[in-house]
Design a protein around this ligand. Structure first.
Ligand code: HEM
Length: 462
């Protein structure tokens, strides 16, 4: 719980209040410096729920800031999507279309994705028959960007498509780089040329530009229909909505894929287990590795790759800071799985994933990477306990409740497919085997980026 009032006193039933040693600034400075350690220390001392006094901007009108309003403010600030602030129906309609990232619609998205991956790997990577060294973060970023963009928005048909997608990707990364600042209250004029880059990106995603792409997904069509109900077809803000979805679909998947690959390369014995699992699936589905790429999987088959899934979840457990935010609109009592607490109107509740993801009572030796943490008797492990009680929320990288990420199945499936391609067709080796840590610049927002990069090499298997 975050409280901004410097004269706050604890009332009976409320969680302990930690003020820190600097009046007003409270714990803010310590928190910024090393959030994970600070939270762990406080958790050990005060338990799972505590109130932190943070300095900075005082929240003047918390009533304005329930979850929906909070996320709409972010959309307006970061992507320039303004109409949702005033038009409730538009927000409802947009939300109503998110189911097109799941269920049957997801099946066709994934069918499309595997074909796109086959093409990308065939044309770009499989020709690498001698070892080639790459920096991992930019390598993964490009691959995830192209795969996700093409699956959701469609294929660029122009002859110079490589240049167009390359420029789009580079601009997207420049924009994403400034994301933590765009969310803050720093005026955009102080953020270099990000304003003009954002404009350029939005221009690439206008109604007119989207019609030139081939094979865009059902969710893009549905969103476009919805947007044309609320805007004129030529309105710039339509492109801003699409930039929002593009960002949501790419920005967290990149570091999630990065961390999974990073751990695989650090632990060749895990890579061997996963190679065997993938090979087993290929055999059971009668697919042979030969010249010309044509791998093909459906969702059920992907779902059966439990070791791969456990490895991805373990990477997410260690890197996810995707906090869930809520403003307390009235004094209330919060009945959690283990304890009950009183919350005060005006408090800001942030459910911070590392508090549960790194809790030694839930995950033994939580600082260690263990690829089989989410496996039990060769199946997905679903039961985790704290103080003898079975937990419902032991993994929350995708948030929880009504605002839980609608793209979570898509994201996991994409990472699985990318890994299947790598494990099936390539030899992979890490070059600089060094431990790397998290860079906390996206604290509270999603999967953290690494604080440095590693080099690795790959070559197509002969
Ligand atoms: C590993 C990758 C991903 C992670 C960790 C992630 C995480 C999250 C989180 C934490 C939220 C906010 C939930 C909340 O506030 O309670 C969210 C929202 C969202 N995500 Fe994801 N996400 C990922 C990938 C994707 C993908 C691939 C897509 C689309 C294809 C996507 C689409 C969305 C959308 C549209 C929202 C906004 C939902 C809303 O406004 O209610 N995400 N995601």
């Amino acid at each position: 719980i975050v409280r901004h009032s410097p004269i706050a006193l604890v009332r009976p039933g409320e969680p302990p209040l930690i003020k820190g040693w600097l009046p007003y600034l409270g714990m803010a400075l310590k928190f910024q410096k090393d959030p994970l350690n600070l939270m762990k220390t406080l958790q050990r001392k005060y338990g799972d729920i505590f109130t932190l006094l943070l300095g900075g901007k005082e929240l003047k009108n918390p009533k304005q800031l329930s979850f929906r309003k909070f996320s709409k403010r972010i959309s307006a600030k970061v992507f320039t999507v303004k109409k949702m602030m005033t038009d409730e129906d538009l927000g409802e309609d947009i939300h109503g279309a998110f189911h097109l990232l799941q269920g049957k619609a997801l099946d066709s998205l994934l069918e499309n994705m595997i074909q796109i991956l086959n093409q990308i790997f065939e044309s770009k990577l499989l020709k690498t028959t001698n070892w080639k060294t790459e920096r991992m973060f930019p390598f993964i970023s490009s691959l995830v960007f192209e795969t996700t963009f093409t699956t959701i928005y469609g294929k660029i048909l122009a002859g110079d498509r490589e240049k167009i997608i390359g420029d789009l990707r580079d601009d997207f990364f420049k924009f994403d780089d400034k994301f933590p600042y765009l969310v803050s209250d720093i005026p955009i004029q102080f953020l270099g040329n990000v304003k003009s880059i954002r404009k350029k990106l939005i221009k690439c995603l206008t109604s007119e530009k989207l019609t030139t792409l081939q094979g865009s997904s059902e969710i893009v069509h549905r969103r476009q229909d919805i947007l044309e109900k609320y805007y004129r077809v030529e309105d710039f803000e339509i492109g801003a909505h699409h930039l929002g979805l593009l960002w949501a679909s790419v920005a967290n998947t990149i570091p999630a894929m990065f961390w999974t690959m990073y751990y695989l390369l650090q632990y060749p014995e895990v890579m061997k287990v996963l190679r065997d699992e993938v090979e087993g699936l290929l055999q059971s589905t009668g697919q042979k590795i030969g010249p010309g790429l044509s791998l093909c999987f459906d969702r059920e088959q992907l779902d059966s790759l439990v070791c791969l899934e456990s490895t991805i979840l373990e990477a997410l457990r260690l890197s996810s800071f995707s906090s869930v935010f809520r403003f307390v609109e009235e004094d209330m009592s919060l009945d959690l799985e283990i304890d009950k607490y009183c919350l005060r109107k005006g408090d800001f509740v942030a459910i911070f994933p590392p508090v549960v993801h790194c809790d030694p009572e839930v995950f033994e030796a939580p600082e260690e990477f263990r690829f089989d943490r989410f496996l039990e008797d060769g199946k997905k492990k679903k039961n985790f306990f704290k103080r003898g009680k079975k937990l419902q929320y032991f993994m929350i990288p995708f948030g929880l409740g009504a605002s839980k990420c609608p793209g979570r199945y898509f994201a996991i499936a994409e990472i699985k497919m990318l890994l299947i391609m790598f494990l099936t067709y390539f030899d992979l080796e890490v070059i600089d085997k060094k431990p790397i840590g998290l860079n906390y610049s996206r604290l509270f927002f999603g999967i953290q980026h690494p604080d440095s990069d590693i080099s690795f090499r790959y070559k197509a298997k002969s």
